[in-house]
Every structure is written in structure tokens, then in C-alpha cells.
Ligand binder design. Sequence first.
Ligand code: ADP
Length: 546
Amino acid sequence: MAMNGLMMNSPLLITSIMQFAKKNYATAEIVSVTKDNPLHRYSYAEAFDRVGQLANALARLGVKQGDRIGTLAWNDHRHLEIYYATSCSSLICHTINPRLFENQIEYIINDAEDRWLFIDPLFVPLLEKLADKIPGVHGFIVMTDEAHMPETGLRNVYCYETLIASESEQFDWPALDENAASSLCYTSGTTSNPKGVMYSHRSTVLHSYAAALPDMFNVSINDTVLPVVPMFHVNAWGLPYSVPMVGAKLVLPGPKMGDGAAIGDLIAGEGVTLSAGVPTVWMALLSDLQKTGKRLPSLKRVIIGGAACPTSIMREFQQHGVMVNYAWGMTETSPLGTLNTLKPGMEKLSEEEQWKLRAKQGRPVFGIEMKIVDDDNHELPRDGKAFGSLKIRGPWVCADYFGHEGHSDTHDEDGWLCTGDVATIDPDGFMQITDRTKDVIKSGGEWISSIELENLAVAHPAVAEAAVIAAHHPKWSERPLLVVVKNAGQELTWEEMLSWYDGKIAKWWLPDDVVFVDELPHTATGKVKKVELRQQFKDYVLPTAE
Ligand code: ADP
């Protein structure tokens, strides 16, 4: 038998990140935009004192170990407090994407069996509509102070500031097992209903270490970090943990996430050095800079990921003196899988050759194993040419889905996660996405389900068959294109087809265009051949692409 080491077996807990940050970086700042305060400012010490108060308040509300606590919120200081107060007190922080359509939010809340919901005041009307359909939710906590508390008929409703005001800052943080669940995030990246990815304390701490490494996010105590990626989207890529781990200043943009001018002002005003987000937000920022002639002198690096990004955006940032690194990940991978930094010697390559490399999604960080395989699950060579299904595994990659344990159709028998992406891997280890096998559209970094749009389309009496594919869009990366075969002898106009979706889907899911065809390509089993259809519309220019 192998001999054991003689080292302490300290569990890897989010609680330790909090306690370490509070002790060692008490004066580091957290700046946050909220509806009730355009620039809220406090220290780590104050933040974590309030985390103690919130944990006491939750205990008073009668929560039990392992209860899921939902959030519908932007990136702000209260959301950060909820992250820590829940996970560290043995509850599960379930972040919900408020941009989803109502029936999906309802499904997710019921599937997760959320007990309490923290909601931004902006989402009170949404929850009022849903309240009767989510009977398992005991009550609601509106993330604001008494002066800004909206009138509402929600049951069992509390005002955040009032709820925590008289609580003690001391909380007896439980000694959790490092494998205890900490947080939950649903992904709609596949064809069926959204599935819950359940992170653990251990996976979160390991991911935070990895993300902070110099060839990854490279976060240091000297940085000021602005996560523009939402805290409801894979924990804002782990930054709410990595940043306190190293003691950097944290800037949270609240509901201003998609507002290029506001993001630019925050960067300049707070001296932001590092930011991260999906391509769409950067286009908004760059176009504002172009209009106003403003500069971003403090900003050193931007991490772009979550969707395909044209190198033109990276080049434009470079003109502003900002280094851009491309990254790839999934909700299932916490999300960091790869990030693109060049290897030594590559700076000698011609500029164009460097750009070709930098357009790849990057190299895996230690902890992430990846491979590409063919249809028979045989590993393909890492020659930068062969492309195949991308598989991945590691300690911060999900092993199964919450509530559906043992039924994952995205894991193979050896435990690898099939990402649904198709990629090449070159001899230097750079992975490049070339296609996607999962049938979804990614618009502005958010999923749109092709299946749902297709099911709705075929429910129209004049539609015989319908397929939705992703078409390239300069602003949103991808937008849905609806391809329809009409029933023989039936009339159906472009306008009639699109207005059919009114009230059935979120507005931003509406296909950008409808194309009527005589027939769709089919496989032998009668399924629509999406690969062929996508190929057919490869160069299609959407009417919305100006
Ligand atoms: P996230 O948006 O945080 O990456 P999701 O689970 O919502 O997480 O989406 C993951 C999927 O998004 C990937 O499997 C891939 O299809 C796509 N994706 C992520 N990063 C990139 C990237 N840099 N380039 C192209 N596609 C990407």
C-alpha cells in the first residue's frame, strides 16, 4: 500500500476564501451599481460582516441544510453577500437567469425546489406573475432598502436591508465537507429541459485557484476587476471567488451590464485593470469609444469568451492598448476550460500568424484534460487538422445533473463530458472550436433553443415542417433563422409566421428571418440534417445584420 503523506487535510471551502479575505484584505474595496445607489462603496470587512448578518437572517427564516435559495439578480454587492451567506452556511446558492422566458424560469425554480428567492426590485413584476406557479417557494426577499421597497402583493415578502439590520455579524460557520454542494446553475445547452449543474465547495475553490493563475485570468492584489459576465451565468466565471481569494478590488456593474457608455465610465472612474465578458458587451463598449473618442487608460486586459468572437474586436482593443485573451468554457466546467495566451517563441511569428493562433479558444489549464474523438469514440490526433467531438474531464467539471443523477446523455461510460462542441487541438495544445453538435443558438452569450422554436412553428396549421439554425450576426454572434416548409396549398406570409410567436417566447428569441423552402434535408431516420442545412445557409446574410 502506498504510504500516506503527513499533511493537514484542511477541506477546500468557500468559507475559507471569505475568512481569509476578511482577515487579510479587510480594507480592499467593493464598488457596486444598484437601482437604489448609483455607486455603492464598501470594504471587504463590511461586506463579510453583512454576510454574517444575512446568514443569521436566513437561519431565522427557518432554512434547512441543503435548501436551495434562488436569486434573480444583477451583479451587485447584495448578490455577492448572498453567494457567501448561502454557500458558507450549508445552503445552496441557485442563480437564475432572469432573461429566460417566464415558463422556463418557473420550470427551473420548481425543478430546483427553491425555498426562498432573492430578487432585484426590477424583477418584482415578473415574480408576481409567477408566484402562484411556484408553490414550493416560501417567500421572497427584495434586494433593496425600505425607502426603495416596491409595493407588492407577493406572499411572505421581506426587504433585504430590513431583514438583516438587527442581526449579529457573528455567525457560527459550519465545518462542511469539501464535497458539500455550494451553488447551482441551470444550463439550457442541450435539446431537453434545462439541467442543473451543482457545484461543490471543493470544485469552486480549485477553479478559483486555477482561474487566478498568470496564464489564465491572472488576477492579483494590484488589480481592479470588473466582471461584466453576469453572476447568474456560471458564477460570473468564478470571479466572485477568485477576486476575494487574491484581495483585488471588485467592481460590480449592476443592471448596467449591456450599456457600453456606462461600462466605459465605470472602467475609467474606478481604474479597472481587468474585465471579462461575452463578445456582445465589448462591441457596445467599443462603439461608444468610437463615438465619443474616450480612452480606457487603466484597462490592461479583457477576457472574452462564452461565444465565438471575431478577431476584429481583439484588434480594436489592441489599438486601445488593451490585451485581449480568448477563453472557452461551459456551465458544466465552472466554466474555465481553456484560455489563449501564446507560448514563448510565438512572439517571433508574423503578426498575421499570431492572430491566427490567437483566434483559437486556447490551451487547457492544469486540472482540465481534453481530447477530441471520432464517431466511434477513438481519440483523434492533436495535429491542428483533425476535428472531432470535444470531451473534457477534471475536478471542476460536472459529473452529473441535479435531480437526474445517472441519466446524463452527455457523459460517456468513462466519465468524460461530451461538450457538444467540435474542435481541433494543435501540437502546442491550442484547442479551436470548428462547429457545434448541440442544437442551440448562442445570441449575445445566451442560449436560444432551436427545438423550442421549431416545436412552436410546426404547431402553426400552415406549417408542414420547420428547422431553426444559427445564422451569423455581426453584433450577437448568432441569431435564429427559421426555415419553413408550408403545407401544400396553404398560404403563410413572413409576418404571419413571426407574429405566431407573440407571447409564446421571450422577445429576444424571435427568429431574425424566415425562409420558405420546398423541402428540408433529412437523415435516413427522417431527422432534419442540421449540419447540411447549416452548410446551405453558411453565407446567409440576415436582414438584421447591418
Ligand atoms: P458559457 O457561456 O459560460 O461559456 P454555457 O454553458 O452557457 O457557458 O455555454 C458553453 C458553450 O458556449 C460552449 O460549449 C461553446 O459551444 C460556446 N462557447 C463558449 N466559449 C466559446 C468561445 N470562446 N468560442 C466559441 N464558442 C464558445
